[in-house]
Design a protein around this ligand. Structure first.
Ligand code: LMR
Length: 396
């Protein structure tokens, strides 16, 4: 039965975790998968999360199912975090939230919803985008298309993007990264988002906003600018949110699909369909991550600790970006890589070629995705001189 089944290469991003583990180079540096790292290269459990877990251990009374939409107390804290405390969308009762196994699970819910309830609609992703977008939307049976995002000189190609969006067939789905664009780190400014909104209105497109890194660019509310702009000005928006990164609970798989509809009546109709999609995928989402998030955000004290920790992570990444460009100065490469200090979030599309990435891995034990995407959180004050030296060597 299985003799014709071919072996395929594993996922390029997740594969780096194993390859890095096996490398015996004592100076090796992991700039691969998008997880936060502290100055020592660890991904520790956040203090607020530890405290919330201690409370849960004592107070949790049941492990029974939480329903296809997940725990109400989780949804109740995620909605204002994403849409804003005083959101007119929430006031109008036109937003639905469904807890999901990570942001990836939310994307799959959105994809299945589009495939089953909006048949025939194509989906448009930025070129480049998170590679798993391709897998998820194609697996759901949706036809995938690309719009330009980065030009040949590794700069944000906003004009190209906007022109392409204007050509998208009426009613199709357009995937947008709210902030911390993965893999490039190039984000749109407010004026550019406004222009995107206008094209979406003209073409009657359905935005699917991937919001996996809230809090990693400028701040929790600042990073939600695009999400809130679209939600408040459009009848229909799909938002996939993740708590994996900003709460550091990667393996608890904690995300949410938020659906914004024209009114509460339509919202309830869509919501009923999302419950079916969730049921058919995994029935009920895992509960623990959502319980942690609710425990933290429902406690003023824990929420303050969490915000402080998140600010620390964001500031550390942004400082390392600037320091890396500084470290390249002695090699005369600071101009060439100046964009690294301007990009936001965990990732930088460095502009390093696949060949240069291979050399960094083979000669220096520095691991990153072959597209040249580096996880900036893997930089540290300690490894910056080594990284700069290695990047200079492969530029020779
Ligand atoms: C990444 O892009 O590295 C993260 O989103 C992790 C993943 O699942 O790929």
């Amino acid at each position: 039965m299985f003799e014709k089944i071919e072996r395929v290469p594993g996922d390029a991003i997740l594969g780096l975790i194993e390859a890095f583990k096996k490398d015996t180079n004592p100076q090796k540096v992991d700039l691969g998968v998008g997880v936060y790292r502290d100055a020592k290269g660890n991904t520790p459990v956040m203090r607020a999360v530890k405290e919330a877990e201690a409370l849960l251990l004592n107070n949790e009374t049941t492990k029974t199912y939480i329903g296809s939409h997940g725990a109400a107390q989780y949804g109740a804290v995620v909605l204002p975090m994403v849409l804003g405390q005083d959101s007119p969308v929430l006031e109008a009762g036109r937003a639905s939230v469904t807890q999901s196994p990570g942001g990836t699970g939310a994307l799959r819910l959105a994809a299945d919803f589009v495939a089953t309830q909006l048949p025939g609609k194509g989906i448009w992703v930025s070129d480049p985008t998170w590679p798993n977008h391709h897998g998820i939307f194609t697996a759901a049976g949706i036809e995938l298309h690309k719009y330009p995002y980065v030009d040949a000189d590794n700069r944000l190609d906003f004009d190209g993007m906007l022109e392409a969006l204007k050509q998208i067939p009426q009613g199709d789905v357009v995937v947008l990264h709210a902030c911390c664009h993965n893999p490039t780190g190039f984000d749109l400014n407010h004026q550019q988002w406004q222009q995107v909104l206008e094209v979406i209105q003209q073409r009657d497109l359905l935005p699917l906003v991937d919001f996996a890194y809230q809090g990693f660019a400028e701040g929790l509310d600042e990073d939600a600018y695009a999400v809130r702009l679209l939600a408040e000005n459009l009848d229909n928006v799909l938002i996939t949110s993740s708590c994996s990164k900003n709460f550091g609970i990667y393996n608890e798989r904690t995300g949410a699909l938020i659906v914004v509809a024209k009114n509460s009546e339509e919202m309830e109709n869509v919501r009923s369909q999302i419950a079916i999609v969730a049921r058919e995928n995994y029935s009920n989402p895992p509960a623990h991550g959502g319980s942690i998030v609710a425990e933290i955000l429902n406690s003023a004290e824990l929420a303050a600790v969490w915000r402080e920790e998140l600010t620390e992570m964001r500031d550390r990444i942004n400082t390392l970006r600037r320091d890396f460009v500084e470290a390249l100065k002695p090699y005369g490469l600071d101009q060439k890589y100046a964009h690294i200090a301007e990009q936001r979030g965990m990732f930088s599309y460095t502009g390093l070629t696949p060949e240069q990435v291979d050399r960094l891995r083979d000669e220096y034990g520095i691991y990153m995705v072959r597209s040249g995407r580096a996880n900036v959180a893997g930089f540290s004050q300690e490894n910056l001189p080594y990284l700069a030296k290695a990047v200079a060597a492969v530029n020779d």
